[in-house]
Design a protein around this ligand. Structure first.
Ligand code: GTP
Length: 346
């Protein structure tokens, strides 16, 4: 299943930078070296088994935009699954940006009326007033410009995890069986007596699904203890507990320390990311550090006084993170449950 994703917006608004961070695992500091995109750069990203994202990064210089809206209109705008339009938060050409946006929206409605539209108010790190206010004002302006087309607005910057929040939200709408995945994760969480279980896409580390989809509790709220030592449940997972006591070590395959994300509240304005996106960002940074010392990232285990966490490969395209607040549960048991759960997600 191939989904066409159009990435559009003015030249210099940050489209290629975000693509480079999310899909190529590059750090924000390297984006300053990127040149302007000439015409359209197409990429295919295999995302979860048979879902392929066909990403069209459309160079935003006026000459290219004019051509997308005239001679290339049918090529660019047909069969689009998602349009992501990027606006700079402090743009000097606000009126021109909005005019191009309206024209693109019109072309999209003509050729792909069912496409979902996501608007990114980008470079939020450069906002001159308080971020919430700026985003609220900008979102209102963009909703008005969108007329009756439903749009979802995110505030983003490459300098924090807000970019992961936006892209996880976007990609989530493209995954056909996200609710089934959440159900399987909930079963896995129950079998492990876990506080929560999170599924990440392997290359991008975007969050695909969680065991607590709506308003997730924080990491610091352990569930009631109910595990039975070494019992195999009807769901096929093993719920094993063994008395280990608590330790304070961080073990990773390449010996780098990773900070544990702080819990955060869910944010109605899509500005403050949750701990999930913070985790994505930290793991990506960790993977980048591994690659710099020519180590390959495989898995991560943390045993801290408050909780235990295991991050391991689940399928060819996914990683799973299990967080447990029960000190009697061994990481080996969690890994075994991951192995047993694998076939459910393939
Ligand atoms: P075209 O290819 O011409 O369409 O431009 P583009 O939208 O792809 O812009 P690009 O990604 O090349 O980014 C332009 C500049 O913006 C680069 O120098 C980036 O480092 C910078 N940039 C991207 N995202 C951010 C951000 O969130 N904050 C800040 N401060 N700078 C950013």
């Amino acid at each position: 299943m191939k989904k066409k994703v159009l990435l559009m917006g003015a030249s210099g608004s940050g489209k290629t930078s975000m693509r480079s961070l999310i899909f190529s695992n590059n750090p924000a500091s390297l984006t300053a070296r990127l040149g302007a995109t000439i015409d359209v750069e197409q990429n295919h990203v295999r995302f979860l088994g048979d879902l392929i994202l066909n990403l069209w990064d459309c160079g935003g210089q006026d000459a290219f935009m004019d051509s997308y809206l005239s001679t290339q209109q049918s090529t660019i705008f047909q069969q689009v699954g998602v349009l992501i339009y990027v606006f700079e938060v402090e743009s000097r050409n606000k009126d021109k940006d909005l005019e191009y946006y309206r024209n693109c929206l019109e072309a999209l409605r003509r050729y792909s009326p069912d496409a979902a539209v996501f608007l990114l108010v980008h470079k939020m790190d450069l906002a001159r007033s308080p971020k919430e206010q700026v985003l609220e004002r900008k979102a209102e302006e963009l909703r008005q410009a969108s007329g009756d087309v439903p749009v979802t607005v995110y505030g983003t910057t490459i300098h924090d995890e807000s970019l992961y929040k936006a892209w996880s939200g976007i990609v989530h709408t493209l995954i056909p069986n996200a609710s089934v995945l959440s159900r399987h994760l909930a079963v896995l969480a129950h079998a492990c007596n876990a506080t929560e279980v999170i599924l990440f896409e392997r290359t991008t580390f975007l969050v695909i699904a969680t065991s607590n989809p709506p308003a997730a509790p924080t990491f610091s709220a352990p569930p009631p203890l109910s595990s039975t030592p070494s019992s195999t449940g009807s769901n096929g997972f093993t719920s094993t507990s063994a008395s280990t006591g608590t330790t304070s070590s961080v073990t990773a395959t390449s010996q780098h320390a990773v900070n544990v994300p702080e819990p955060r509240e869910t944010d109605p304005h899509q500005l403050v990311p949750t701990r999930y996106e913070r985790t994505s960002e930290l793991i990506k940074a960790f993977k980048y550090s591994c690659s710099r010392v020519r180590e390959e990232f495989h898995a991560l285990e943390m045993e801290l006084a408050e909780f235990t966490a295991v991050l391991d490969e689940l399928t060819k395209n996914t990683y799973v993170l299990i967080v447990v607040h029960d000190p009697t549960i061994e990481t080996a048991a969690l890994r075994m449950n991951i192995r047993l759960a694998r076939h459910k997600f393939e």
